[in-house]
Write a protein that binds this ligand. Structure first.
Ligand code: NIG
Ligand code: FE
Length: 381
């Protein structure tokens, strides 16, 4: 079954320069052909998009979607001057432990639908609000119901019952918790930060994950400078995420590596921290991705268009760079070569914008410009 999307005014492919007056042929779950509308092959089904812009589906490579409750009061206090700290995670852990699988599943599916309606066709989801063997196991299991990109983040913070015994908790994470979670996960993550885990503890967690076939990704330099970025590069992590407080040595290490730096503008926005200088990073040769980090504490947005707008407005990215980071950049952060581009053979994940150009994404912040979304060739929004 083929579908021809035609009369595309601007087609961002991430596979060469943008095309104008273009068309894309979808064949089942894949893209079969891309080119000028006048040369397009015929197809039983044709969708004329009236000169609007089409872009690759967003690849949101960092989220925490399996949780209960929210922390609106914490956000309100923060806007009144209070600082964000890692400890807030524990209140979401308590709410999540008290929720049933069905409650968590319903919430999770709601977030995935919310993301799809905003153009996200690939999403990575982390555990990290269970922090016991049974609770982390159910979070990765539930996440695996909606995405293949599941990350075990048992080392998110030390839970209350292990207060003052963080090394014992790392023993649990790297032992029985990893045993229970590894079968459902592809990635291993750790929050390497003051108030969470030290660099030595982080190394233990990541190396244990690697020994079980998981690939590292790291939360680092979110609350202050640290050694997490260099640890991520040293261990060949697919991505290191946040990078709010990068040092020159971090940037040098990233620039000479295959590790993607995933920027999370929703976090700086929602915590009033300084925005990282994406311009400097790109100019230094660092591969950057943009992601939402949807979570109830530091960034409760699920909107990639919003993150693009902030990255352009406050982090020095051009609209084209921000779109690229939100699509093929996210694919690189997830080591996926089948998403993030519109080219023959790629997954048919595309977004039709109610706009003539992708520049409207940052130019019209907060406006719902996503008109239609195809995932694996099927309309999903
Ligand atoms: O990516 N940094 C650690 N984890 C999340 C925040 C989680 C929370 O505050 O609940 C983050 O910002
Ligand atoms: Fe996060």
């Amino acid at each position: 079954m083929t579908t021809l999307i035609t009369n595309i005014g601007e087609l961002t492919t991430n596979d060469g320069p943008a095309l104008h007056d273009a068309a894309v042929l979808l064949d089942g779950e894949r893209i079969a052909w891309v080119g000028s509308a006048t040369d397009a092959p015929s197809s039983a089904e044709t969708v004329d998009v009236g000169g609007r812009a089409v872009i690759p589906g967003f690849v949101d490579s960092h989220s925490h979607l399996v949780f209960a409750g929210d922390r609106a009061a914490e956000f309100e206090a923060r806007m009144a001057g209070q600082k964000y700290a890692a400890g807030g995670i524990r209140s979401t852990v308590a709410a999540t432990r008290a929720a049933t699988d069905d409650e968590l599943r319903a919430r999770l599916r709601g977030f995935v639908d919310e993301m799809r309606a905003q153009g996200t066709t690939t999403v990575e989801i982390k555990s990290g609000y269970g922090l016991s063997v049974a609770d982390e196991e159910r979070l990765v299991r539930l996440a695996a119901e909606v995405t293949p990109e599941v990350t075990f983040l048992g080392a998110h913070v030390v839970p209350v019952e292990y207060a003052g015994r963080s090394d014992d908790y790392v023993d649990l994470v790297t032992g029985p918790m990893l045993d229970a979670c590894a079968p459902h996960a592809k990635w291993i993550d750790v929050f390497c930060e003051t108030g969470a885990f030290t660099v030595d503890q982080s190394r233990r967690v990541l190396e244990a994950g690697v020994s079980r076939g998981l690939v590292p990704r790291v939360h680092a330099s979110q609350l202050g400078p640290g050694e997490g970025v260099r640890l991520a590069v040293e261990l060949g992590a697919a991505s290191v995420d946040h990078g709010t407080y990068l040092t020159d040595a971090d940037i040098d290490a990233l620039a000479g590596s295959d590790t993607v730096l995933t920027l999370l503008p929703g976090v700086e926005f929602s915590t009033r921290q300084p925005y990282p200088d994406a311009r400097r990073l790109i100019d230094a040769g660092v591969t950057v991705a943009l992601a939402c980090d949807t979570n109830p504490g530091s960034s409760f947005t699920s909107s990639m268009p919003f993150c693009i707008a902030v990255a352009v407005r406050d982090m020095g990215m051009t609209p084209a760079e921000a779109l690229r980071a939100a699509t093929v950049g996210g694919a690189a952060a997830l080591r996926r070569d089948d998403v993030g581009r519109i080219a023959p053979g790629m997954r048919a994940d595309l977004v039709l914008l109610r706009a003539p150009t992708h520049v409207h994404l940052p130019y019209r912040p907060g406006v719902p410009l996503v008109e239609r979304v195809w995932k694996d060739g099927s309309p999903v929004a």
